[in-house]
Design a protein around this ligand. Structure first.
Ligand SMILES: O=C(O)CCC(=O)C(=O)O
Length: 283
């Protein structure tokens, strides 16, 4: 018996590789999260950059709560089962009138995980639509195997290596995911997706949360994750602590170590070793 999705929604996810939109919280609540982010940005003197966009739930209690949000986890449990790790999270922020974009790609390409059983909950903190560069998906493309990608390191490409699929994508099949603040989409780690720039006068902000079942392994080195539901009987990933205060100095040091280790996995073979490397700064 599913926790929150209907059997039809689960079947649609399995068929298309994504599901959208799913309400998570009220619009007011999502806009309050945006305001919280923007207060932090104002205090820090600008948008989060480099490793601060990676696993940001280890640095701020409001994001630690979001990755544990019951509505999100109920839907994830319907797709991945009861024992769930939050493996990662990333802010995808497109500024107003911003050339930043995301090329067609499969998430699985450089993540090093042992199986393609990974679901992303992409939570909208602003509207996300065809006008401001929402994600678009190619239905059914998650059923393909891993496809070849090439790195571009285009500085406007929000992906780590600016990677793009090295084969033709039939864009006429693309489905744009329209979200209101407080809604999420769910997508499979192998589905082909991307997004266009944001020419509008407001920012487009999404927080992408990557969930895995506890049985998965990291094949490319040591890794850590946050148990967010159920039990971890495998201990393939080191446990991560929950932040008590914003930018807790002890967690900041740990977060940096974790991010550097993750960067070595995600950038392997490129010479880049940190999200703070100039070649890795995006947006
Ligand atoms: O936010 C975007 O436009 C792209 C995000 C993305 O590729 C992802 O969450 O996997």
């Amino acid at each position: 018996m599913p926790k929150s999705l209907t059997e039809a929604q689960i079947a649609q996810y399995r068929e298309d590789g994504f599901l959208s939109p799913i309400p998570v919280m009220g619009e007011d609540e999502a806009l309050a999260l945006r305001a919280k982010l923007e207060t932090i940005e104002a205090e820090m003197g600008g948008p989060l950059r480099g490793d601060l966009r990676h696993k940001t739930h280890l640095l701020f209690p409001f994001l630690a709560d979001l990755v544990r949000h019951r509505t999100i986890l109920d839907a994830i449990e319907d797709l991945l089962g009861p024992d769930i790790l939050c493996w990662s999270s990333n802010f995808f922020i497109k500024e107003a009138a911003d050339p930043a974009f995301v090329s067609w790609h499969q998430d699985s390409t450089y993540w090093g995980l042992s199986a393609p059983d990974v679901a992303t909950a992409w939570v909208a903190l602003t509207p996300s639509n065809a006008e401001n560069g929402a994600m678009a998906m190619i239905p059914g493309s998650h059923k393909f195997d891993q496809m070849p990608h090439r790195d571009t390191f285009d500085r406007h490409n929000l992906l780590t290596r600016g990677q793009e699929i090295a084969v033709e994508v039939d864009e006429s099949q693309a489905v744009v995911l329209n979200l209101r603040p407080g809604e999420m989409s769910l997508h499979h780690v192998r589905v082909v997706h991307g997004s266009a720039p944001n020419p509008t006068l407001d920012r487009r902000i999404g927080f992408a949360i990557r969930y895995i079942p506890t049985r998965l392994r990291q094949l490319e080195g040591e890794d850590s994750a946050t148990l967010v539901r159920g039990e971890d009987r495998f201990h393939h990933f080191e446990d991560e602590p929950r932040p008590r205060i914003d930018m807790d100095p002890e967690l900041l040091a740990l977060h940096r170590q974790i991010a550097e280790r993750n960067a070595r996995i995600l950038y392997r073979g490129t010479g880049v070793t940190s999200f703070n490397d100039p070649a890795a700064i995006r947006g």
